[in-house]
Design a protein around this ligand. Structure first.
Ligand code: ADP
Ligand code: MG
Length: 357
């Protein structure tokens, strides 16, 4: 949209206030998910059965059916100062933008193929654009994605990618497909995204080796792709999500959408050795592991009979896959996540996932 259109069409003082000010009288306490449900849920505007939407709002990506084809679509936006520090390099912003978007495809077991880029920049800086665009193209190429369009505007720096693609197999891994008595599995480690951010924000005292610093930086700016993993898991897993909001919050999304209770065994949740060096006290470390977010690992459920097959995938790809809990059938009042200690006692926590609002 051109700026003149926005200005000329009824830009009253009231509109200006609505557009710029935190105007939350009616939405007090509404989080991101409440907000989406209240204002943008497709069920309000159209009949999903007629619209060709086989999977709509609420999962890591949507699935659209037309003819004999199925298109998978996901969007993620990175805002400067919120989703990356203001001093991030253009190369780092590009790799992070691609990685977080590709992660939603891994969470669905879908092959990303095409992208559009919506880029908002404060000024035209050739050096910045050269570095950003060349890294963006190489990251997209590594993921098998071609850039096919976008939009470029002036404003505070923000990068938004929309990725389109297709399911790896006949079946997507949805958040609502966990079965009772499934195991719940985690790839890699959680907490490293939060540890990386703490390092970048200068909150970590010295004592890290060079390779640990590299690990933390790359975990934040270039989390490893789990696409190949999800392609192999598609034959075995039932439900999956990527850990962008935090382990407990994302487990909660599977539990809510599948109408089940997820029981996590605290001692089975892996702790990366660097965590003890980044966080000097155990509470902060636990918070990062359970609620830090930004890890882009996969949390998935699978039937008990697939344990050996999943273990073989772990060995083949050299990606740790840990069984960290189980899925239980429950009545709607008990839907959610329980974290249990060795004695099967509930661990009380006040750590929720990342909240956008
Ligand atoms: P993720 O963390 O996997 O990227 P989000 O938490 O951002 O997912 O979003 C949750 C769900 O809500 C997704 O299905 C997403 O497509 C949808 N969603 C988010 N914002 C909007 C919006 N403004 N309008 C419609 N759908 C939205
Ligand atoms: Mg996601």
């Amino acid at each position: 949209m051109s700026p003149s259109k926005a200005v000329s069409k009824g830009c009253t003082d009231e509109n200006k206030a609505n557009n710029n000010v935190n105007h939350n009288a009616d939405t007090n306490g509404m989080d991101e998910f409440g907000l989406i449900k209240h204002f943008f849920d497709i069920n309000k505007t159209s009949d999903p059965a007629q619209s060709g939407v086989s999977l709509g709002i609420g999962d890591d990506a949507a699935e659209l059916a037309f003819g004999n084809s199925r298109l998978v679509v996901a969007t993620d936006t990175l805002n400067c100062g919120i989703h990356f520090p203001e001093d991030a390099l253009p190369e780092q912003i590009a790799t992070r933008a691609v990685a977080v978007n590709i992660s939603d495809f891994a969470a669905m077991a879908a092959r990303p193929r095409w992208a559009t880029l919506s880029l908002t920049i404060p000024e035209v800086n050739k050096r910045w654009l050269d570095a950003f665009s060349s890294t963006l193209f190489s990251s997209l190429k590594d993921a098998g994605v071609v850039l096919v369009g976008g939009d470029t505007t002036k404003g505070s720096l923000a990068v938004s990618l929309t990725i389109m693609g297709e399911p790896f197999t006949g079946r997507l891994l949805r958040r609502d497909a966990a079965s009772s008595e499934d195991d719940i599995w985690l790839s890699g480690y959680t907490g490293l995204g939060a540890a990386g951010l703490a390092y970048l924000q200068g909150k970590v005292e010295s004592g890290l080796s060079y390779s640990e610093v590299c690990l933390l930086q790359s975990r934040f700016y270039q989390p490893e792709s789990r696409l190949r993993l999800s392609q192999l898991l598609a034959a075995y897993a039932n439900a999956a999500i990527d850990i962008s909001d935090g382990l407990l919050a994302d487990a909660g999304h599977i539990a809510q959408n599948s109408g089940c209770q997820i029981r996590l065994a605290n001692e089975c949740i892996p702790v990366h050795p660097v965590m003890g060096k980044v966080f000097s006290n155990e509470v902060d470390q636990q918070r990062a592991i359970l609620a830090g977010g930004d890890d882009y690992e996969l949390l998935f459920t699978a039937a008990v009979e697939h344990r050996d097959a999943i273990q073989r995938i772990s060995e083949q790809l050299k990606i740790p896959l840990c069984r960290i809990g189980s899925v239980e059938k429950t009545d709607s009042r008990k839907t959610g996540v329980l974290l249990l200690d060795r004695k099967n006692q509930i661990v009380e926590l006040n750590t929720k996932g990342y909240k956008h609002f």
